[in-house]
Design a protein around this ligand. Structure first.
Ligand code: NAD
Length: 263
Protein backbone atom coordinates (compact mmCIF):
# COMPACT_ATOMS: atom_id res chain seq x y z
CA UNK A 1 0.00 0.00 0.00
CA UNK A 2 1.38 3.39 -0.97
CA UNK A 3 1.74 6.10 1.65
CA UNK A 4 2.47 8.80 -0.95
CA UNK A 5 -1.01 10.30 -0.68
CA UNK A 6 -0.56 10.83 3.05
CA UNK A 7 2.88 12.34 2.73
CA UNK A 8 1.37 15.05 0.49
CA UNK A 9 -1.45 15.82 2.90
CA UNK A 10 -1.43 19.05 4.87
CA UNK A 11 -1.84 19.00 8.64
CA UNK A 12 -5.34 20.39 8.20
CA UNK A 13 -6.26 17.63 5.76
CA UNK A 14 -4.92 14.97 8.11
CA UNK A 15 -7.33 15.90 10.90
CA UNK A 16 -10.23 16.86 8.64
CA UNK A 17 -13.16 14.46 9.14
CA UNK A 18 -15.54 16.22 6.72
CA UNK A 19 -17.69 13.70 4.87
CA UNK A 20 -17.20 11.07 7.57
CA UNK A 21 -19.83 9.68 9.89
CA UNK A 22 -18.99 8.79 13.47
CA UNK A 23 -20.88 7.00 16.23
CA UNK A 24 -19.89 7.56 19.87
CA UNK A 25 -21.42 5.44 22.63
CA UNK A 26 -22.04 6.85 26.12
CA UNK A 27 -21.86 10.36 24.69
CA UNK A 28 -24.35 12.16 26.95
CA UNK A 29 -21.71 13.32 29.44
CA UNK A 30 -18.04 12.96 30.36
CA UNK A 31 -15.44 11.58 28.00
CA UNK A 32 -18.00 10.49 25.37
CA UNK A 33 -19.46 14.00 25.11
CA UNK A 34 -15.97 15.47 24.74
CA UNK A 35 -15.08 12.97 22.02
CA UNK A 36 -18.30 13.67 20.13
CA UNK A 37 -17.53 17.39 20.32
CA UNK A 38 -14.00 17.08 18.93
CA UNK A 39 -15.07 14.72 16.12
CA UNK A 40 -17.87 17.11 15.15
CA UNK A 41 -15.48 20.08 15.27
CA UNK A 42 -13.19 18.15 12.91
CA UNK A 43 -16.09 17.99 10.45
CA UNK A 44 -17.66 14.59 11.09
CA UNK A 45 -21.38 14.00 11.15
CA UNK A 46 -21.67 12.51 14.64
CA UNK A 47 -24.30 10.27 16.20
CA UNK A 48 -24.20 10.56 19.97
CA UNK A 49 -25.71 7.50 21.64
CA UNK A 50 -26.46 6.81 25.29
CA UNK A 51 -28.88 5.24 27.73
CA UNK A 52 -29.20 8.69 29.19
CA UNK A 53 -31.50 11.02 27.27
CA UNK A 54 -29.36 14.00 28.28
CA UNK A 55 -27.46 13.02 25.13
CA UNK A 56 -30.23 14.81 23.21
CA UNK A 57 -29.27 18.12 24.86
CA UNK A 58 -25.58 17.45 24.27
CA UNK A 59 -26.24 16.89 20.57
CA UNK A 60 -28.49 19.97 20.42
CA UNK A 61 -25.68 22.04 21.95
CA UNK A 62 -23.33 20.92 19.18
CA UNK A 63 -25.93 21.69 16.51
CA UNK A 64 -26.41 25.18 17.94
CA UNK A 65 -22.69 25.71 17.35
CA UNK A 66 -23.14 24.84 13.68
CA UNK A 67 -21.89 21.26 13.98
CA UNK A 68 -23.49 18.06 12.67
CA UNK A 69 -24.76 15.99 15.58
CA UNK A 70 -27.75 13.75 16.29
CA UNK A 71 -28.78 11.64 19.26
CA UNK A 72 -30.10 8.09 19.39
CA UNK A 73 -30.98 6.22 22.56
CA UNK A 74 -28.78 3.12 22.70
CA UNK A 75 -28.13 0.64 25.47
CA UNK A 76 -24.87 -0.96 24.36
CA UNK A 77 -25.85 -4.28 25.94
CA UNK A 78 -28.71 -4.48 23.42
CA UNK A 79 -27.32 -5.69 20.08
CA UNK A 80 -30.36 -4.41 18.18
CA UNK A 81 -29.65 -0.91 19.52
CA UNK A 82 -26.01 -1.19 18.41
CA UNK A 83 -27.05 -2.36 14.96
CA UNK A 84 -29.50 0.54 14.65
CA UNK A 85 -26.80 3.05 15.56
CA UNK A 86 -24.35 1.58 13.04
CA UNK A 87 -27.09 1.48 10.42
CA UNK A 88 -27.85 5.18 11.01
CA UNK A 89 -24.45 5.95 9.55
CA UNK A 90 -24.55 3.31 6.82
CA UNK A 91 -27.90 4.68 5.62
CA UNK A 92 -26.35 8.11 5.26
CA UNK A 93 -23.57 6.77 3.05
CA UNK A 94 -20.88 5.21 5.23
CA UNK A 95 -19.90 4.33 8.77
CA UNK A 96 -16.34 5.60 9.13
CA UNK A 97 -15.69 5.93 12.88
CA UNK A 98 -17.02 4.03 15.89
CA UNK A 99 -15.99 4.98 19.42
CA UNK A 100 -16.74 2.37 22.09
CA UNK A 101 -16.79 4.78 25.01
CA UNK A 102 -19.72 3.70 27.20
CA UNK A 103 -18.61 1.76 30.23
CA UNK A 104 -19.35 1.30 33.90
CA UNK A 105 -17.14 1.36 36.91
CA UNK A 106 -19.09 0.56 40.02
CA UNK A 107 -16.70 -0.02 42.89
CA UNK A 108 -15.76 -3.65 42.93
CA UNK A 109 -14.88 -3.89 46.62
CA UNK A 110 -12.61 -6.54 48.10
CA UNK A 111 -11.92 -9.38 45.67
CA UNK A 112 -13.00 -11.96 48.27
CA UNK A 113 -16.52 -10.50 48.16
CA UNK A 114 -17.03 -10.08 44.41
CA UNK A 115 -20.13 -11.97 43.32
CA UNK A 116 -20.65 -13.77 40.01
CA UNK A 117 -23.60 -11.47 39.30
CA UNK A 118 -21.37 -8.44 39.71
CA UNK A 119 -18.75 -9.93 37.39
CA UNK A 120 -21.40 -10.79 34.80
CA UNK A 121 -22.70 -7.22 34.77
CA UNK A 122 -19.20 -5.74 34.52
CA UNK A 123 -18.21 -7.99 31.64
CA UNK A 124 -21.58 -7.65 29.93
CA UNK A 125 -21.22 -3.88 29.62
CA UNK A 126 -17.47 -3.34 29.43
CA UNK A 127 -16.46 -6.35 27.32
CA UNK A 128 -19.28 -8.19 25.57
CA UNK A 129 -21.08 -5.02 24.50
CA UNK A 130 -17.86 -3.44 23.20
CA UNK A 131 -17.10 -6.62 21.25
CA UNK A 132 -20.63 -6.78 19.79
CA UNK A 133 -20.43 -3.09 18.90
CA UNK A 134 -17.12 -3.56 17.10
CA UNK A 135 -18.68 -6.41 15.13
CA UNK A 136 -21.80 -4.42 14.22
CA UNK A 137 -19.62 -1.47 13.21
CA UNK A 138 -17.04 -3.46 11.23
CA UNK A 139 -19.81 -5.23 9.33
CA UNK A 140 -20.84 -1.82 7.98
CA UNK A 141 -17.38 -0.29 7.49
CA UNK A 142 -15.01 -0.35 4.57
CA UNK A 143 -11.38 0.60 4.03
CA UNK A 144 -10.49 3.67 6.05
CA UNK A 145 -12.73 2.75 8.98
CA UNK A 146 -11.52 3.36 12.51
CA UNK A 147 -12.69 1.89 15.81
CA UNK A 148 -11.53 3.22 19.17
CA UNK A 149 -12.20 1.36 22.42
CA UNK A 150 -12.04 3.03 25.84
CA UNK A 151 -9.88 0.87 28.07
CA UNK A 152 -8.23 2.18 31.26
CA UNK A 153 -4.89 2.20 33.02
CA UNK A 154 -6.74 -0.10 35.43
CA UNK A 155 -6.44 -2.72 32.66
CA UNK A 156 -2.66 -2.31 32.68
CA UNK A 157 -1.87 -2.21 36.38
CA UNK A 158 -3.97 -3.38 39.30
CA UNK A 159 -5.46 -1.38 42.12
CA UNK A 160 -7.18 -2.14 45.40
CA UNK A 161 -10.96 -2.45 45.15
CA UNK A 162 -11.21 -2.45 41.37
CA UNK A 163 -10.31 -6.02 40.41
CA UNK A 164 -13.41 -6.72 38.30
CA UNK A 165 -13.11 -3.39 36.50
CA UNK A 166 -9.39 -4.01 35.91
CA UNK A 167 -10.12 -7.44 34.47
CA UNK A 168 -12.76 -6.01 32.13
CA UNK A 169 -10.47 -3.27 30.85
CA UNK A 170 -7.60 -5.73 30.42
CA UNK A 171 -9.95 -7.70 28.18
CA UNK A 172 -10.62 -4.55 26.13
CA UNK A 173 -6.89 -4.15 25.56
CA UNK A 174 -6.54 -7.78 24.43
CA UNK A 175 -9.62 -7.46 22.22
CA UNK A 176 -8.16 -4.34 20.62
CA UNK A 177 -4.98 -6.20 19.66
CA UNK A 178 -6.94 -9.14 18.26
CA UNK A 179 -9.37 -7.01 16.26
CA UNK A 180 -6.54 -4.83 14.99
CA UNK A 181 -4.94 -7.95 13.55
CA UNK A 182 -8.13 -9.33 12.12
CA UNK A 183 -9.74 -6.18 10.72
CA UNK A 184 -6.48 -4.56 9.56
CA UNK A 185 -6.51 -6.45 6.25
CA UNK A 186 -9.97 -4.94 5.61
CA UNK A 187 -8.47 -1.47 6.04
CA UNK A 188 -10.15 -0.99 9.41
CA UNK A 189 -7.89 0.16 12.24
CA UNK A 190 -8.77 -0.74 15.83
CA UNK A 191 -7.06 1.05 18.70
CA UNK A 192 -7.75 1.75 22.35
CA UNK A 193 -7.16 4.57 24.79
CA UNK A 194 -6.23 3.86 28.40
CA UNK A 195 -7.11 7.00 30.35
CA UNK A 196 -5.75 7.75 33.78
CA UNK A 197 -8.01 9.56 36.22
CA UNK A 198 -10.25 11.91 34.25
CA UNK A 199 -12.63 14.34 35.92
CA UNK A 200 -16.07 13.07 34.84
CA UNK A 201 -19.44 12.48 36.53
CA UNK A 202 -18.65 8.76 36.60
CA UNK A 203 -15.39 9.21 38.50
CA UNK A 204 -16.85 11.76 40.91
CA UNK A 205 -19.60 9.27 41.82
CA UNK A 206 -16.98 6.67 42.72
CA UNK A 207 -14.58 8.80 44.77
CA UNK A 208 -16.04 8.11 48.21
CA UNK A 209 -16.81 4.39 47.73
CA UNK A 210 -13.32 3.86 46.31
CA UNK A 211 -11.72 5.61 49.28
CA UNK A 212 -13.38 3.03 51.50
CA UNK A 213 -11.71 0.23 49.53
CA UNK A 214 -8.26 1.84 49.73
CA UNK A 215 -8.08 3.75 46.44
CA UNK A 216 -7.87 7.47 47.18
CA UNK A 217 -8.45 9.33 43.93
CA UNK A 218 -7.49 12.73 45.40
CA UNK A 219 -4.16 11.27 46.53
CA UNK A 220 -3.62 9.65 43.12
CA UNK A 221 -4.25 13.01 41.40
CA UNK A 222 -1.85 14.77 43.76
CA UNK A 223 0.81 12.15 42.97
CA UNK A 224 0.40 12.42 39.19
CA UNK A 225 3.61 13.65 37.52
CA UNK A 226 1.60 16.50 35.97
CA UNK A 227 -0.02 17.21 39.37
CA UNK A 228 -3.51 17.41 37.93
CA UNK A 229 -6.52 15.32 37.00
CA UNK A 230 -7.06 14.72 33.32
CA UNK A 231 -9.98 16.41 31.62
CA UNK A 232 -12.37 14.72 29.17
CA UNK A 233 -10.93 16.82 26.35
CA UNK A 234 -7.48 15.28 26.90
CA UNK A 235 -9.01 11.94 25.92
CA UNK A 236 -11.00 13.50 23.08
CA UNK A 237 -7.80 14.87 21.53
CA UNK A 238 -6.17 11.44 21.71
CA UNK A 239 -9.26 9.96 20.11
CA UNK A 240 -9.15 12.52 17.31
CA UNK A 241 -5.56 11.43 16.66
CA UNK A 242 -6.56 7.75 16.54
CA UNK A 243 -9.43 8.24 14.07
CA UNK A 244 -7.64 10.71 11.81
CA UNK A 245 -5.01 10.50 9.10
CA UNK A 246 -2.40 11.45 11.70
CA UNK A 247 -2.47 7.83 12.90
CA UNK A 248 -2.83 6.09 9.53
CA UNK A 249 -0.24 3.40 10.44
CA UNK A 250 -1.31 2.97 14.08
CA UNK A 251 -3.31 -0.21 14.63
CA UNK A 252 -3.94 -2.58 17.54
CA UNK A 253 -2.34 -0.34 20.15
CA UNK A 254 -3.53 1.02 23.47
CA UNK A 255 -2.55 4.64 23.85
CA UNK A 256 -2.02 5.52 27.52
CA UNK A 257 -3.26 9.05 28.31
CA UNK A 258 -2.63 9.46 32.03
CA UNK A 259 -0.26 12.38 32.58
CA UNK A 260 2.48 9.86 33.31
CA UNK A 261 0.73 8.05 36.17
CA UNK A 262 1.89 4.66 34.90
CA UNK A 263 5.26 5.88 33.62
N1 NAD B 1 -13.11 8.97 33.88
C1 NAD B 1 -12.05 8.23 34.08
O1 NAD B 1 -11.20 8.50 34.96
C2 NAD B 1 -11.80 7.01 33.24
C3 NAD B 1 -10.57 6.38 33.39
C4 NAD B 1 -10.31 5.25 32.62
C5 NAD B 1 -11.26 4.80 31.73
N2 NAD B 1 -12.45 5.44 31.61
C6 NAD B 1 -13.43 4.89 30.67
O2 NAD B 1 -13.89 5.90 29.81
C7 NAD B 1 -15.25 5.67 29.45
C8 NAD B 1 -16.09 6.89 29.79
O3 NAD B 1 -15.92 7.19 31.17
P1 NAD B 1 -16.58 8.46 31.88
O4 NAD B 1 -15.75 8.71 33.08
O5 NAD B 1 -16.83 9.53 30.89
O6 NAD B 1 -17.95 7.80 32.35
P2 NAD B 1 -19.32 8.48 32.85
O7 NAD B 1 -19.90 7.51 33.83
O8 NAD B 1 -19.08 9.88 33.30
O9 NAD B 1 -20.16 8.47 31.52
C9 NAD B 1 -20.44 7.25 30.89
C10 NAD B 1 -21.62 7.38 29.96
O10 NAD B 1 -21.90 6.05 29.46
C11 NAD B 1 -23.29 5.83 29.57
N3 NAD B 1 -23.57 4.40 29.71
C12 NAD B 1 -23.33 3.59 30.76
N4 NAD B 1 -23.78 2.35 30.52
C13 NAD B 1 -24.32 2.38 29.27
C14 NAD B 1 -24.96 1.43 28.46
N5 NAD B 1 -25.17 0.17 28.88
N6 NAD B 1 -25.36 1.80 27.23
C15 NAD B 1 -25.17 3.06 26.80
N7 NAD B 1 -24.59 4.03 27.52
C16 NAD B 1 -24.18 3.68 28.75
C17 NAD B 1 -23.75 6.61 30.79
O11 NAD B 1 -25.14 6.89 30.72
C18 NAD B 1 -22.89 7.87 30.68
O12 NAD B 1 -23.50 8.88 29.91
C19 NAD B 1 -15.66 4.40 30.21
O13 NAD B 1 -15.52 3.28 29.37
C20 NAD B 1 -14.66 4.35 31.35
O14 NAD B 1 -14.47 3.04 31.85
C21 NAD B 1 -12.75 6.53 32.36
Amino acid sequence: MSTAAWSDASITDLVNLAGKRAVVTGAAVGIGAAIATRLAQAGADVLLTDLDDRGEATAAGLRSGGLSASFQRCDITNTAHLAAAAQWAADRGSLDIWVNNAGIYPTTGPVLKVTDEFLDRMFDVNVRAQFSAAREAANRMSTGGAIVNLASIAGIRGGAGISAYSASKGAVIAMTRALGNELGPMGIRVNAIAPGIIDTPGVRAQMEPLKATGLDIDAAIAANPLRTAGQPDHIARACLFLVSGLSAFVNGVTLVVDGGATA
